[in-house]
Design a protein around this ligand. Structure first.
Ligand code: NAD
Length: 371
């Protein structure tokens, strides 16, 4: 947690604030990075992971600044992390979340939401404690974004636009999904509804491949009984979960943790389109290599904005259909704008998206006295 040097790392966009939190009674260790608030209070998830670091938190906070700007939301970007095992007993987890929420009570320019290791129920506890959070359960007036599959829906909408631009027919397109959680599961579902076929999938405990197509209902049955995707009946389990990256496909969707694609495994990738469902799922080197080899990558903050758009619509007291309409419209528009310019100029999609998002953040910053 101490490896991050705020002043050395800061650039002209942020971070505006980096806060480290310890709480003696609960043993809480946490961090909040508020990257930029020019467009409005920062929205970004609270991640609970045993290996959470400030530098990962800061990279994710920047991704939120860019994502929120890209999506045209009246919110800046931030992120928080709790260094703990999310699988701890529920009562201990609630105590930790309450301690965390109480510690950020006065950090009003940061609005937490769900992320890996946290969920709608966690956000209900945060709301109860401090009166602000997004991604709430439906019974509290929320639009439960992971239950509704907001991000996976956006990934599928963006995938449709990107596939169309590259001449890939989604009907029968082979997809590989790394991580079968909220994002990976719903992206698979929404894309399957458009005709795509899931040929390989992984989770934290294993991976399974079937080039003739995995049945999603069977897979969901296995998962709902507490199994791993590797327990899929009929075989096809892979020895290593990262072997999914080497399965030939049209659409590859990394939807687990950061830096999943790295220099040491990116060589194996054989996809036409990489849709970054997860945040920062590839190192810069890995992403550059994919581009050089002619694979088109749609960056995280362009394609996985569905969740935060849903959260922002919820925060503005909008409805589910308003949220889904907004996700479809904005993600589709952004994917088209980014890929059109990238294909015309040869810039990577990330270079184009960064340029567009930076311009939007800087325009917002020009209107502020302090930024
Ligand atoms: P989740 O906890 O619901 O699911 C994560 C999945 O990844 C689980 O199936 C887990 O078993 C699997 N996994 C973990 N490590 C793995 C590994 N090394 N290899 C293969 N699978 C692994 O989380 P989520 O909400 O689906 O989020 C996934 C990613 O998407 C994260 O990077 C998150 O920041 C990002 N994201 C989520 C949302 C959202 O709305 N939930 C929005 C934008 C971005």
């Amino acid at each position: 947690m101490t490896e991050y040097d705020t002043f050395a790392e800061a650039d002209d966009l942020g971070p505006a604030k980096v806060v480290h939190i310890t709480e003696r009674r609960t043993g809480l260790r946490a961090m909040v990075v508020i990257d930029n608030v020019a467009a409005g209070p920062a929205i970004g998830g609270t991640r609970m992971a045993i290996d959470m670091t400030t530098s990962v938190c800061a990279r994710l906070a920047r991704a939120m600044t860019l994502k929120n700007a890209m999506a045209g939301l009246p919110h800046g970007g931030g992120k928080s992390g709790i260094v703990a095992d999310p699988k701890m007993p529920a009562a201990d987890k609630e105590r930790l979340i309450r301690a965390f929420a109480a510690s950020i009570r006065d950090l009003t320019e940061y609005i937490p939401g769900p992320d890996m290791g946290t969920n709608e129920a966690t956000m209900a506890v945060v709301l109860d404690e401090i009166g602000r959070a997004v991604g709430l359960p439906a019974e509290m007036g929320g639009l439960p974004l992971d239950e509704l599959g907001a991000t996976g829906f956006g990934v599928a909408e963006g995938a449709e636009v990107a596939a169309g631009m590259l001449g890939i027919d989604l009907d029968g397109a082979r997809m590989v999904v790394q991580g079968y959680g909220a994002v990976g599961h719903h992206a698979s579902r929404f894309l399957a509804a458009k005709g795509a076929v899931l040929v390989a999938v992984s989770d934290s405990r294993g991976a399974v491949v079937d080039r003739s197509g995995l049945d999603l209902d069977t897979l969901d049955g296995v998962k709902s009984r507490g199994g791993s995707v590797a327990d899929y009946p009929g075989g096809g389990a892979m020895a290593e979960r990262d072997e999914v990256f080497g399965v030939e496909c049209d659409l590859l969707i990394p939807a687990a943790g950061p830096d999943a694609l790295r220099e040491d495994n990116v060589d194996a990738v054989n996809a036409r389109l990489v849709l970054q469902g997860a945040n920062i799922p590839a190192t810069a080197e890995a992403e550059a290599q994919l581009h050089q080899r002619g694979m088109v990558t749609v960056p995280d903050f362009v394609i996985n904005a569905g969740g935060v758009i849903c959260g922002a619509v919820e925060y503005g007291r909008g409805t589910r259909s308003q949220a889904f309409d907004t996700i479809a419209r904005r993600v589709r528009r952004n994917v088209e704008e980014v890929l059109t310019r990238s294909l015309e100029t040869g810039e990577t999609p990330r270079e184009v998206a960064l340029d567009l998002a930076h311009r939007r953040v800087r325009r917002a910053m020009e209107t502020r006295r302090w930024s």
